[in-house]
Design a protein. Structure first.
Length: 139
């Protein structure tokens, strides 16, 4: 037997069964206001579903906001560590280099230390900041 003939035979058998059941079984009567009650229940379910989705979205928003705040605090802490570390490194380097610069170039000691510390501090902070964003210098 061909597949097409089998499908049409199945469809006609299902249709015959459906019509026979329709003649034998009568649908129960619906209570008064059934459609209105059904629509009200569907609207209430939709409102509950909307409230659940809103609660889930608010929870996700709160979680994401907490993550952003934690990242912000971490970024501020890391920036402070870079600034303080750069200042100490620049101060230590200027203490080591200042006597050599004064002796080699006969510079005034009153401004060599602060200028050298400022230049080295800016260079170290810039280098650390660029490395933080993935820019590699010299390699």
């Amino acid at each position: 037997m061909d597949k097409t003939n089998s499908d049409s035979a199945d469809a006609s058998a299902l249709q015959a069964l459906d019509s026979a059941l329709g003649r034998v079984l009568t649908p129960p009567p619906l209570p008064d206001g059934f459609r209105q009650q059904l629509m009200a229940a569907m609207l209430q379910d939709a409102a509950a579903d909307l409230a659940a989705r809103q609660a889930a979205l608010e929870a996700e928003h709160a979680r994401l906001l907490a993550g952003l705040k934690a990242d912000h605090v971490r970024l501020r802490r890391d920036t402070l560590a870079i600034v303080v570390g750069s200042a100490f490194a620049a101060g230590a380097a200027s203490m080591l280099l200042a006597p050599w610069l004064v002796e080699a170039w006969t510079l005034d000691t009153a401004w060599v230390g602060p200028v050298l510390a400022s230049v080295l501090g800016l260079w170290l902070a810039g280098w650390a900041g660029l490395r933080r964003f993935g820019v590699r210098i010299g390699s």
